[in-house]
Write a protein that binds this ligand. Structure first.
Ligand SMILES: Cc1cc2nc3c(=O)[nH]c(=O)nc-3n(C[C@H](O)[C@H](O)[C@H](O)COP(=O)(O)O)c2cc1C
Length: 276
């Protein structure tokens, strides 16, 4: 039995208003969405994979420019080589399929050449459109996959080892990783993670974050009550130590106090992508 109230309580940790009349199968899948980081040793039917990829390609795409590519990795050795780049996430190798979602500004550059036109859009807007296209395609695939009972987890950590990752996938100029996506049959149920209340994410008529501190404090409390953060999930304990109550906002601040992937812009530039 679908229970909208319970689903919204899980998502926000708050008492929801009753919006039960709008509940349908799609909304049920969306509200219950969660990452999967443990996979059964079970194949994925190639026909199902093709259907999921068609769902990915059904995503909106800026001006129908379709500036993304997806590499399907089923070869175990290759998948293990990718997993080996990220020792903290060995379960990446357990999924029957790994999908590499890529921004791709190469294809249309080549088309411009083939059609004898100038290419005058090597800029940050094109980069952003390609990244958004790839992300939307990935999310469409995730929703379709979860509606079937599959599980997946986006992996941006592949960008921590971008040179090696690009070499494994033989990425040419103009093609850049957004995230990887191991996909398969979940070995565990997982859980719905609690989100910030609409009060701080959704603004009415104009941007207003004057309530940030108060709203986040109570979110931190609710989140801590439901999911106290164990020491191994607390960020940079070498610098900041382990806290008994390490809240979401504390952990976010810890994470963002140390630069992540600050070589990415230089890598993109080396691959012919202009960020001006
Ligand atoms: C762009 C992107 C990159 C991510 N990268 C990783 C990753 O490298 N490793 C990982 O375990 N989870 C990764 N995640 C999953 C997030 O950690 C997860 O979505 C978040 O903790 C919220 O959990 P939920 O998706 O179950 O709601 C990523 C998610 C997104 C959208």
């Amino acid at each position: 039995m679908r229970d909208l109230k319970k689903m919204l309580q899980d998502r926000y940790g708050l008492e929801p208003n009753d919006q039960g009349e709008y509940l349908n199968d799609t909304i049920t899948v969306l509200l219950g969405r969660r990452v999967c980081r443990a996979f059964e040793d079970r194949e994925l039917d190639p026909k199902l994979l093709n259907l999921l990829l068609a769902c990915a390609q059904s995503a909106p795409t800026k001006s129908n420019l379709q500036q993304y590519s997806i590499i399907v990795v089923k070869n175990k050795a290759k998948q293990e080589a990718i997993a080996d780049l990220i020792p903290s996430m060995p379960w990446i190798a357990d999924a029957p399929v790994f999908l590499a979602f890529l921004g791709d500004v190469r294809r249309n550059r080549k088309l411009a050449e083939l059609r004898g036109r100038d290419y005058a859009n090597n800029n940050v807007d094109t980069f952003m459109n390609a990244a958004v296209d790839a992300a939307l395609a990935m999310q469409m695939l995730i929703i379709a996959a979860e509606s079937i009972g599959l599980g997946c987890c986006p992996i941006s950590y592949v960008r921590n080892r971008i040179e090696d990752y690009a070499a494994i996938l033989e990425l040419p100029d103009g093609v850049f990783p957004i995230a990887g996506l191991p996909i398969g049959w979940p070995a565990r149920d997982g859980y719905v993670s609690m989100r910030l209340p609409q009060d701080v994410i959704i603004h009415q008529e104009r941007y207003d974050d004057s309530n940030l501190d108060t709203v986040v404090n109570s979110y931190d409390d609710r989140n801590h009550q439901r999911f106290p953060l164990p020491a191994e999930k607390q960020r940079h304990t070498d610098k900041y130590g382990v806290m008994e109550k390490c809240t979401w906002s504390e952990n976010v601040s810890r994470q963002l106090s140390v630069p992540e992937r600050d070589g990415f812009a230089a890598w993109l530039k080396s691959r012919g992508i202009n960020l001006e």
